[in-house]
Design a protein around this ligand. Sequence first.
Ligand code: SF4
Length: 460
Amino acid sequence: MNEHTDLAVDAEVLARHDRPGPRYTSYPPANVWDEAFPEARYRQALAEAAERREPLSLYTHIPFCHGRCAYCGCNVIVNRKPGAEDRYLDYVERELALLAEFVGHRPVAQLHWGGGTPTFLTVERLERLHGMIGARFGFTEDAEQALEVDPRVTTREQARVLRALGFNRVSLGVQDFDPAVQKAIGRNQTEEQTRRLMEWLREDGFNGINIDLVYGLPKQNLEAWDRTLATIAELRPERLAVYSYAHLPSKLHNQRRIAEEELPPRETKYELFALARRRLLEAGYRAIGMDHFAAPGDELTEAMDAGRLRRNFMGYTVQPGADMLGVGASAIGDIQGVYAQNAKKLSTYYQPLDEGRFPVHCGHALSADDAMRRWVIHELMCNFGVDHAAFEARFGQPFGEAFAREDPALKELEAADFIERGPDRLAVKPLGRVFIRNVAMTFDAYLGRAVSEKAYSRTV
Ligand code: SF4
């Protein structure tokens, strides 16, 4: 099986490997972090980070949306109070000032605004937020500045202003063009809205447009999905992310609006992904990591070919800064192995900032064992293999010795044709790439712990 052949998988294999599991945008995953994580530990990590002069990554969360989509898994506030955005920006400004006090004036190499809906903010507020970040940290000359835009609400003027501010990458939420699916997920977005926004973005000179699609949504079927994929191939974004819908109604109340009997069965869900993969490869895209696709010549493709692909909370990336600051409600920072997530509600995000403290809600400081496993999982997710010499050079012990306990599970993965093990390298085979989360789970020391499996999405 190579990149261009069909990924046919029989029902028995699917059933055996369709388990709840993390997406590994961090290791360990956020839902095993310590809810009593001391804010002082985060301060200490930030203070140590001041010694490093390298550029930063900075994620800003803008939680506001006009309504809550039924499938949404993000931290969202449906805002109806006038002035709420200005108050929020006031607190973001406080948090930025506090962060700058600790890490100093290190420039941002990678900026990402997510949400919620960043373009919920008016042009003036977008300018204010960007100005606040620029004033505290500044940007490197070739900084990647990206944000998520909602084609239903983004205006011509917003697109122009964002480009003028220095944004060069944009990610459009589409999910599926099929009106029946859109109705079932409570998100009506015409093809015209998406086309129009793409035209504006191209006119303004954005050179990296990403479209997000989601498979496994209610009412999805292969025929209509194929039409969505044909439209996408014609729109030609530079990148695509094709995410698996994570149905977690016990954790996300809005998902209770989704009728479970309308969700595609496991086999159809897998076929939806396989069809997307096939159509995008036929259209000339390259498959990147677990669920991304990029046009030839795109930085992501080049990074993958050079073994430089990276993964962080926003997905696959090419130029993460040495430290990642998370700003805003629910944002996550990663300061050289110390993770900290901000409080999710506005009130609990604001209160500590009023007292001059970071609004840390939970966190985790990596142990030596965590760091080793994190590196292996990262290599698997990004480069589909682990080089034994590179592992030993980094961690001072042979790979086989460090993971002797995982040997029986690795043998099972070999028998399933997911991986092959040689003296120099563990390599993920084409079938294992589809089940890369399952392969990574073998190295996850937290999986068996008392964490509710309901907290994870399924791997298929
Ligand atoms: S899916 Fe996007 S637009 Fe819909 S509620 Fe969630 S963040 Fe807001």
